[in-house]
Design a protein around this ligand. Structure first.
Ligand code: PRX
Length: 664
């Protein structure tokens, strides 16, 4: 892919209120003074100073942070770097569960709420740090009774109930390697993951609730483990009371085992590089990759990034809406908050159940102060209408976060004005399953934000945007996002496949980690993610980020959601095909196709004008809400859909798009 033909960003006509394309975004929002005054890092000067210090001596910087945790044995050195293999804090031993739970039980926080949970039907539970400690210790004893030893892999397949957090922490406590499998995955995905990791034990629930009905998870596990020779037993938590088959010798009820277990459990202090978890990345490209994270370095960065990016205070009630089945749930629902002794909200259920105001109702009732969610959810809320939000009192909110995909400036502005009432900074956090924690993000008390950019790297993180030959790009030139120095929470390998690890992340550029994302760095050093590099297209010799065209499309009042892909074109190299979901009131408007093409042309430039616009009732998405552009690319090229579609959330969407193609 060429990287050297990037045109400079197009300038917008000044004064135009409809400006919303990433390429031309110029709005800047300094942190509110009141927020800055009380923040951990309260000015750009402080950030720059810290960044420069960390860049000068990264090892000293990370060691300074690591000292704030409990280590049973100190490290011999901070980093042992044999590219591309890193060992952080070698020689040290620790236990992340001890640091996330026991440390707080030994402090004034023992009676502080650790987890506030709400179920879809409105049922609620609160676990203090002391109660969490008791439950985790007991379940750690259960794991030991079940024969789980340090290093053994344990698969977890449950809905978003507190026991999911308990199971994760108990695995860490005994030194077992957890592999959480998102409860939306089907049997085949479980089999694949369990076999790849050779898990000995599966912890599951009988069922989970979703939009008023229940899903029988245990039946799915039964189907999955027909072909998983490594599994010796299954522990089943009763949540919904589904009828389940319990197989003698194999299946055990959680409550029976907990009834037998003692309260006291000594944590297993493990090597800093002891594996903590494997998390498989979405299978949208081939066989899922088992991303391996280890203990010490992950702990240090998950905790520290959480503290500064979310500016966490003891009074906060923090809510991350991600499922624990994804990395966001690992780092910023479980580990980051608990390592900081924070109070976290956890919700099991759909955002639109019973109605589209469920999130806002939760925020009002629980007085949530920090909300961390995804652009895909934000777009759905925009579509549902402002009235669902504005009828609730959201004055408790002080900070908003987003993660997972580029946020269109239009969605950012909506989040800022309608949800944040123009008083909450927004942290647009860029990171990946592989990075373990946030790498690029505003610090909310310091960084002036611009809609659509994750801004600057965190202290200790050296990122850059480079050309194909590894040379740094000029300001605003599109290129590849790389990480130039190892960081503590980096993946250590792809489980069982060092070769794939080396090839995927370390072969493109010498001694630099390749993120797979296209990006540009603007005149303020802010990073603008242009999407995965396979979503960056070359049209008539000009590179375009498809997300930028999407931003322009959704800036149009008729558009609810849009995805843009490319199709080979004889004349231009690539043609752009836009799949567009219209807001209800605009459905059937025949002249919109041309209006939208012209609109994009106006927003970015004629080069970005989609060659074709197709109407979509919905877009094909993975269960984590990512648009499956690969499928759209295949549809756009009128090719047969090949490869894996099992991660698709709603297969009806694909049918509708196929039919649409025939009608067109
Ligand atoms: O393309 C980037 C996008 O999501 C990818 C990582 O996906 P995953 O491993 O599933 O982790 C998602 C949660 C951390 C990245 O390579 N991405 C993530 N955050 C952002 C983003 N793109 C733009 N802006 C973000 N804030």
């Amino acid at each position: 892919m060429a990287t050297d033909k990037q045109t400079p960003p197009q300038q917008q006509e000044s004064g135009s209120e409809s400006i919303s394309s990433v390429l031309s975004e110029k709005r800047k929002f300094p942190p509110p003074t009141e927020f800055s005054n009380a923040a951990h890092i309260s000015s750009m000067e402080d950030y720059e100073k810290l960044y420069a210090e960390a860049a000068k001596d990264p090892e000293a910087y990370w060691a300074g942070i690591a000292e704030q945790f409990h280590w049973e044995k100190p490290w011999e050195k901070v980093l042992d770097w044999q590219p591309p293999y890193a060992k952080w804090f070698p020689g040290a031993t620790t236990n992340i569960c001890y640091n996330a739970v026991d440390r707080h039980v030994n402090s004034w926080r023992k009676n502080k709420a650790a987890v506030i949970w709400e179920g879809e039907e409105g049922d609620q539970r609160v676990l203090t740090y002391a109660e969490l400690h008791r439950q985790v210790s007991k379940f750690a004893n259960v794991l030991k009774i079940a024969g789980v030893k340090p290093g053994d892999r344990v698969a977890i397949y449950m809905g978003m109930v507190p026991e999911l957090v308990i199971a994760v922490l108990a695995c860490a406590r005994v030194g077992a390697v957890h592999n959480v499998i998102f409860a939306g995955f089907a049997a085949h995905a479980i089999t694949e993951r369990v076999n790849d990791s050779k898990a000995k034990l599966i912890i599951c629930a009988d069922g989970t609730r979703r939009r008023g009905s229940t899903i029988n998870l245990k039946n799915i596990v039964d189907e999955a483990i027909v072909n998983t020779p490594s599994v010796r037993s299954v522990i089943v938590l009763k949540v919904t009371g589904e009828e389940v088959n319990m197989h003698d010798g194999m299946d055990h009820w959680w409550h029976d085992l907990m009834g037998l277990a003692m309260d006291h459990n000594e944590p297993e202090f493990v090597d800093a590089e002891h594996p903590l978890f494997i998390l498989y990345t979405s299978g949208s490209t081939g066989k899922p990759k088992g991303i391996l994270h280890t203990t010490g370095g992950y702990m240090v960065h998950a905790a520290n990034s959480f503290k500064y990016v979310f500016d966490i205070k003891d009074e906060d009630i923090y809510w991350c809406t991600a499922d624990v089945g994804w990395i966001t749930g690992h780092s910023y629902l479980v580990y980051g908050p608990l390592l900081n002794g924070a109070t976290l909200m956890m919700y099991e259920g759909a955002p639109n159940y019973p109605q589209w105001d469920r999130f806002w109702d939760i925020i009002n009732r629980h007085k949530i102060t920090i909300l961390y969610t995804a652009p895909t959810a934000i777009r759905a809320f925009i579509r549902a209408g402002d009235e669902w939000v504005t009828k609730h009192d959201l004055s408790s909110l002080r900070l908003l976060g987003t993660v997972g995909e580029p946020i269109n400036p239009k969605a950012w502005m909506w989040y800022h004005t309608v949800v944040g009432q123009e008083k909450c900074p927004i942290v647009d956090t860029w990171w990946q399953t592989e990075t373990g924690g946030i790498l690029v993000s505003p610090l909310p008390g310091a960084t002036p934000t611009k809609p659509g950019t994750a801004t600057r790297p965190l202290p200790g993180i050296m990122v850059d945007v480079v050309r194909k030959d590894g040379e740094p790009c000029k300001s605003n030139e599109g290129g590849y996002l790389v990480i130039k120095k190892p960081w503590p929470s980096m993946l250590r390998t792809i489980y069982g496949d060092n070769k794939r690890y080396e090839e995927t992340y370390w072969s493109e550029f010498k001694d630099m980690y390749f993120t797979g994302d296209g990006a540009r760095k603007d005149e303020d050093g802010y990073i603008w993610i242009m999407g995965r590099v396979d979503d960056v297209v070359n049209v008539s010799g000009h590179r375009l980020g498809t997300s930028e065209v999407e931003s322009a499309l959704v800036a149009h009042e008729a558009v609810a959601e849009a995805a843009v892909v490319s199709r080979p074109d004889d004349l231009k190299g690539n043609a752009l095909i836009a799949f567009v979901t219209l807001k209800d009131e605009y459905q059937g408007d025949m002249k919109l196709r041309e209006d939208l093409r012209n609109h994009v042309s106006r927003e970015i430039g004629p080069i970005a004008k989609p060659d074709e616009i197709r109407w979509a009732q919905g877009l094909p998405k993975t269960r984590s809400g990512k648009i499956m552009r690969r499928l759209l690319r295949e549809l756009a090229s009128s090719k047969e859909i090949k490869g894996d579609v099992t991660t698709l959330e709603d297969s009806g969407v694909l049918e509708q798009l196929r039919e649409q193609e025939e009608e067109d």
